[in-house]
Design a binder for this molecule. Structure first.
Ligand code: ATP
Ligand code: MG
Length: 323
């Protein structure tokens, strides 16, 4: 029996190359080896997107992005989180065994709280909804970027807590994080994030991608000066695309001097466009047949919901609401 993989992306904005290398590429590479479930985390996105048109457009966009990047609906169960209301029911049971100080330790919450004291409860509770997504499907592995490691740990903790109170019910999921990707930096050097507006959009036009690449922040060293590849945001992005020998050559050019940041950006732009071009064609093909895409999500939801309902039947019994 294949192990079960589950992961998702929020339709909280336009997918970027951090999402691709940290998450989607892993889903594609692993789809033959795992019983895979990949969803669109639309309930999570409502913590930041509270506009009907934007949310529904983003949901379809993420579905197109998944398909364009190579997820095969014959191999992967693709679905939309909001089609499984059971997830929110399970999140409630988890909320009742979770303390506020424990959730206050989540890095994503702390970051949001630093920016605004008025963090909404949905965002505060994000790790618990995510725990429900993962645990309701009995997932073994959760491929994510390094920024989500702590949230997978929250899911493990929550499973353990529930098991201790109500008896053995949930498996403990493992995160799958690619070491050489970890956290892809955005054009301002912080984590590339849809909500930070510091992204290089995966499916932007050539012009949009170029604009983002040219805005990558660097120090002010001139062409001839030696440069430090290890602190350069452009170099960090080259690492995602170049093989070891090409990367070594570039590393030497940095340390010797003679290569301008502009030239390094132009090289990076070509690397990105080469990756994106074939995927873009596939995306355009699916975009012409949105009913087909909706159908893929509908069939996926049917399958994921069957599993969720079976699991909820056990959970309701353990909690005591089934009489
Ligand atoms: P938001 O800003 O709304 O949180 P995001 O850009 O962080 O959006 P998510 O939908 O939260 O994207 O994350 C989807 C997946 O992409 C997760 O597995 C996450 O770990 C991964 N991911 C997001 N940003 C990066 C990044 N900069 N580097 C590597 N992986 C990333
Ligand atoms: Mg995020």
């Amino acid at each position: 029996m294949k192990k079960k993989l589950l992961s998702g992306i929020q339709p909280s904005g336009t997918i970027h190359i951090g999402n691709y290398f940290g998450a989607i590429k892993q889903f594609v590479d692993l789809q033959d080896n795992y019983d895979s479930f990949v969803f669109i985390a639309d309930l999570h996105a409502i913590t930041t997107i509270q506009n009907k048109e934007d949310l529904s457009k983003n949901i379809l966009d993420v579905a197109l992005d998944y398909l364009a990047c190579g997820l095969d609906p014959e191999k992967v169960c693709l679905f939309k989180q909001s089609d499984l209301a059971e997830v929110t029911e399970l999140a409630w049971y988890f909320n009742c065994i979770t303390t506020m100080p424990y959730l206050e330790r989540a890095t994503a919450y702390k970051d949001a709280h630093m920016k605004t004291k008025e963090v909404n409860i949905g965002l505060f509770d994000y790790p618990i909804l995510m725990a429900a997504d993962i645990l309701i499907q009995d997932a073994d592995v959760v491929p994510v970027g390094a920024d989500q490691k702590q949230h997978v740990e929250y899911a493990r903790d929550t499973a353990q807590k529930f098991n201790k109170i109500y008896g053995e019910t949930f498996k403990l999921p493992e995160p799958l994080i690619l070491k050489n990707v970890a956290i892809v930096p955005g054009i301002d050097g912080r984590k590339m994030s849809k909500s930070y507006k510091n992204t290089i959009p995966l499916f932007g036009t050539d012009e949009e991608i170029k604009k983002a690449v040219m805005r990558i922040v660097t120090d002010s060293k001139g062409t001839d000066e030696p440069k430090d590849p290890d602190t350069c945001n452009i170099f960090a992005l080259h690492k995602l695309f170049l093989k070891e020998d090409a990367l070594k050559i570039l590393h030497d050019k940095y340390t010797k001097g003679g290569l301008s940041y502009k030239e390094s950006k132009e090289m990076l732009l070509l690397e990105i466009l080469n990756l994106v071009k074939p995927m873009r064609e596939k995306r355009e093909m699916y975009a012409k047949d949105l009913d087909k895409v909706r159908n893929i999500l509908k069939n996926g939801a049917k399958k994921a919901k069957t599993i969720a309902l079976e699991k909820m039947n056990i959970i309701r019994d353990k909690v005591g609401v089934k009489i």
